[in-house]
Design a protein around this ligand. Sequence first.
Ligand SMILES: Nc1nc2c(c(=O)[nH]1)N[C@@H](CN(C=O)c1ccc(C(=O)N[C@@H](CCC(=O)O)C(=O)O)cc1)CN2
Length: 283
Amino acid sequence: MSAQLIDGNALSRQLRTELSQRVSALKVRGVTPGLAVILVGDDPASQVYVRNKVKACEDIGMHSVLERYAASYTEAALLQRIAALNQDPSIHGILVQLPLPPHIDAHKVIEAISPAKDVDGFHVASAGALMVGQPGFWPCTPHGCMKMLEHIGYDLRGKHATVIGRSNIVGKPMALMLLHKDATVTICHSRTANLKALTLQADVIVAAVGKRNVLTADMVKPGAVVIDVGMNRNEAGKLCGDVDFEGVKQVAGWITPVPGGVGPMTITMLLVNTVESAERVTG
Ligand SMILES: Nc1nc2c(c(=O)[nH]1)N[C@@H](CN(C=O)c1ccc(C(=O)N[C@@H](CCC(=O)O)C(=O)O)cc1)CN2
């Protein structure tokens, strides 16, 4: 048996076409959705991600600004820049690319972004809204995973979902989103005893650890949906996820690839949040 692929590139293309129509409708009403992307430092992967974000905005007719600052940029200067963008009516979403250089307190920076423009969904107000099921921006990566499940028509009610990873930007919000859809959720992490026993029970597994081969074929129930959030490099420098793709695809029912799975969906959901932010402003 071989799992069916959940193609994040194809789904992104479809969603971005729909979004470009929403952007056109906003423009007719005199509003162009605008995203500000801030990059501090010269992390090579981050440079690729921010370029892709700006290009994605352009492709669907949105306005975007990319602000790049040297690694020596101060926290105070960054906070001042965010305060100005909070007041800028042409900007509906503000994103500070992570990771930030170590001298900058990422939590302080995220909290400086107005929750109304927090299209990354990282602000405590956004996290709280997700927790209690109130309107707010959802973090893009787990939101993209939920869209992929929706796309394959997967009904989560009563299903057992196991999330491997407990980060604030993926693991924890992922668990809450699955819970909102009535799944029974288990969160696993580095101190979890007998991870295999918990993944073998799962109908849906989300691997979000940042470590290769965290999930192997012997840990997966036949037919399960496997979503790989990992972004790692193997010895040959090739991009790979947290899942042993070749082995797991023989057992799973559905599987996301890396690249071409969750990654492009992360950027698509950022566009979704920014267009929604602009739509909220216009009422
Ligand atoms: N402010 C934020 N910082 C970071 C986030 C985030 O959502 N907001 N997430 C990650 C990085 N990230 C987005 O910023 C991201 C990572 C990967 C991809 C992606 O499309 N990956 C491709 C492969 C790209 C490659 O060839 O290197 C894929 O999976 O197909 C998009 C976004 C950390 N920081």
